[in-house]
Unconditional design. Structure first.
Length: 262
């Protein structure tokens, strides 16, 4: 039972990695690079979770380093490629029960901002995840999956708000995953940014997503706070702290990242 719960939690990390945002935000904004411009991101997340069931204490430590590159194919449209590398270590009552690492599923997305006026903008972001991760290790689903997100952004002088509503469809190769994991998931999240001093933004984020574990009726929800520092016009560094608001979500995670535009 504990093994299945841990695998489901790790699978949540795998299948939700397609949504790229202004790190460390989970919620994306409607901004695009502009035609002919590139953006490179290198992000990391280190998480810890502790669960108790039937007098057994399970601890899980996971980490992810994710690279993504996006290119402006038009002023209001970007193509985005992402590839994560993940680590996972799980223990029961201090005994190691699993330890896996490797490349997870690659993502390909298109962000299209179709409306923008008076600081309000709307965008659509359809995407695919390609089966580059091992499903036997819990690093992927073994099948092509797809998603679509509707993004709303509202900008003010020194602040901005963003809302994401998304649908994710997952397919699985392993029969055990087909029996244990939901195929249809939804996502909803809200984020805000505020420039506290020049080139330094305070960010906050909250969200919830349908639990992929078919046996769970509780959905993972999170809250996140952090900072984004614009070192130069085209180079940002960031840091965030994410905590779980419900039991299925990872208890806490530290996020760091850098962004380079060229």
């Amino acid at each position: 039972m504990i093994n299945r719960i841990l695998k489901a939690m790790f699978m949540v990390l795998v299948i939700t990695q397609a949504a790229f945002a202004a790190h460390p935000l989970i919620t994306d904004d409607s901004g695009t690079n502009g035609k002919g411009n590139f953006q490179f991101e290198l992000n990391s997340e280190f998480g810890f979770d502790k669960e108790s069931s039937d007098s057994i204490t399970a601890k899980e430590r996971d980490a992810e380093v994710k690279t993504s590159i996006s290119y402006g194919i038009a002023e209001s449209a970007d193509i985005i490629l992402g590839l994560p590398y993940q680590w996972n270590r799980a223990e029961e009552d201090g005994t190691l029960i699993s330890e896996e690492n490797g490349i997870s599923d690659m993502s390909v997305e298109l962000k299209w901002r179709f409306y923008e006026q008076d600081g309000l903008s709307f965008a659509l972001k359809p995407g695919l995840t390609l089966p580059t991760g091992s499903e036997d290790k819990g690093l992927g689903t073994g099948r092509v999956c797809y998603s679509i997100f509707f993004i709303t952004s509202k900008k003010f002088d020194s602040s901005a708000f963003h809302i994401n509503a998304g649908y994710l469809r997952n397919e699985y190769t392993l029969e055990t995953d087909k029996d244990a994991q939901r195929k249809d998931l939804w996502h909803f999240s809200v984020a805000g940014t505020y420039e506290i001093v020049e080139n330094l933004q305070l960010i906050a984020n909250i969200g919830i997503e349908k639990n992929s574990d078919i046996n769970s009726k509780i959905d993972p929800a999170f809250a996140l706070a952090g900072l984004i520092w614009a070192v130069t016009k085209n180079f940002d560094v960031d840091m965030g702290f994410k905590m779980g608001l419900t039991e299925p979500e990872t208890d806490y995670a530290i996020l760091t990242g850098l962004t380079l535009r060229f």
